[in-house]
Design a protein around this ligand. Structure first.
Ligand SMILES: Cc1cc2nc3c(=O)[nH]c(=O)nc-3n(C[C@H](O)[C@H](O)[C@H](O)COP(=O)(O)OP(=O)(O)OC[C@H]3O[C@@H](n4cnc5c(N)ncnc54)[C@H](O)[C@@H]3O)c2cc1C
Length: 313
């Protein structure tokens, strides 16, 4: 189906885009990669009268690293412990997938490389994904296991920096004000001895996962000293599996600890029956994904290069 007709506006700067949102009101929508918005418009679930295109604004697609305060400089990988990776809002999934800088935090590469297919990854953006707050979106799940902040720019308000945990409020609902947009996503580089992994179970590439698990942990020898676990597609937003984290923190990573974390993750999930599977099936699935992701994250924390890809039915 064709979308309803709309007025097209090409913004020259993020400030101008925010001003257009303020001026045009709730009939206006921002257009980034269009990989969520355009399908909704073609189905006529979204019928904006005005589209404000962000794609021609220079300097909105980048991946930079910045040394932490008081850090001595960059390591040979270009990142410094305590530093920050900065992603422009219009940075495409594919740019992150192909970035050596982003790959220094392997869970970011896992996420970017697994989103849908290459066509969608070439257009879809990290800023659009977080702004959409789709319960099945991969970025919100993965970034919630890292220390992530979202920079927001408004027409009428000062710039705000919002922790990701306060940015996504509910399914398809973010903390953005009507005249605000996402300008940048900032991710703190994990400390030495950390590793992460993101695994999703999918029926095929160009569909959202049935369930997914993101794990970021820190190891001292065999002992897990810190861990963050998030579950995707099994709730209205990504779920932080706090009991699963507690089952691992301070523990030696053996089969018993992994089983306890997997069980706690299954219990934390809030899935619904749908065409992707029953709620019971998804609960069992997400527990299994968490266990696998912990094992891979621990190997990476010990410096092993481990390639992962999503698991296909
Ligand atoms: C067939 C298909 C399969 C997909 N599979 C997956 C998948 O497996 N995993 C996954 O994570 N995603 C998947 N996606 C979605 C894809 O990742 C999108 O890129 C992403 O959800 C939205 O990013 P976008 O840049 O395309 O945003 P758009 O579609 O352009 O915009 C989405 C919404 O965000 C708003 N918006 C966009 N940019 C900003 C900004 N900077 N500030 C404020 N608001 C903004 C728009 O106004 C709109 O409301 C899939 C999409 C398709 C079509």
């Amino acid at each position: 189906m064709y979308p309803r007709s709309f007025h097209y506006h090409r913004a020259k700067s993020l400030q101008e885009a925010a001003a257009m949102l303020a001026q045009l009101g709730d009939q206006a929508k921002l257009l980034a990669g269009g990989q969520s918005l355009i399908p909704l418009m073609k189905l006529r679930f979204a019928n904006p009268a005005h589209l404000v295109d962000l794609n021609f604004i220079a300097g909105t697609s980048y991946i930079h690293s910045e040394a932490g305060v008081g850090e001595g400089g960059y390591s040979e990988t270009g990142v410094s412990e305590g530093g920050v990776l900065r992603f422009g809002a219009l940075t495409r999934h594919a740019e992150i997938e192909n970035s050596a800088l982003a790959a220094t935090v392997p869970i970011l590469h896992d996420c970017a490389a697994g989103i849908a297919d290459v066509q969608i990854r070439n257009r879809g953006t990290i800023g659009g994904s977080l702004a959409e707050a789709d319960p099945s979106g991969d970025w919100a799940c993965v970034l919630s296991t890292l220390s992530t902040e979202v920079r927001c720019l408004g027409a009428s308000s000062p710039e705000r920096v919002i922790p990701l945990s306060e940015f996504i409020l509910d399914a398809y609902t973010s903390a953005l004000q009507p005249d605000e947009l996402v300008s940048e996503v900032m991710v703190k580089i994990p400390v030495k001895g950390s590793g992460g992994a993101y695994l999703a179970f999918k029926r095929s590439a160009p569909v959202y996962p049935t369930a997914s698990a993101a794990v970021q942990l820190t190891m001292e020898g065999d002992r897990c000293t810190d861990v963050a676990i998030a579950l995707g597609c099994v709730g209205l937003t990504a779920i932080k599996a706090k009991d699963a984290e507690a089952a691992l923190r301070g523990q030696t990573l053996n089969d018993k600890a992994l089983a306890a974390a997997g069980e706690a993750a299954s219990a934390a999930a809030e899935p619904q029956d749908d065409m992707r599977g029953s709620a019971d099936y998804k609960r069992a699935l997400v527990g299994a994904l968490v266990k696998r992701a912990i094992a891979i994250a621990a190997r990476r924390a010990h410096g092993e290069q481990v390639e992962v890809s999503h698991i296909y039915a």
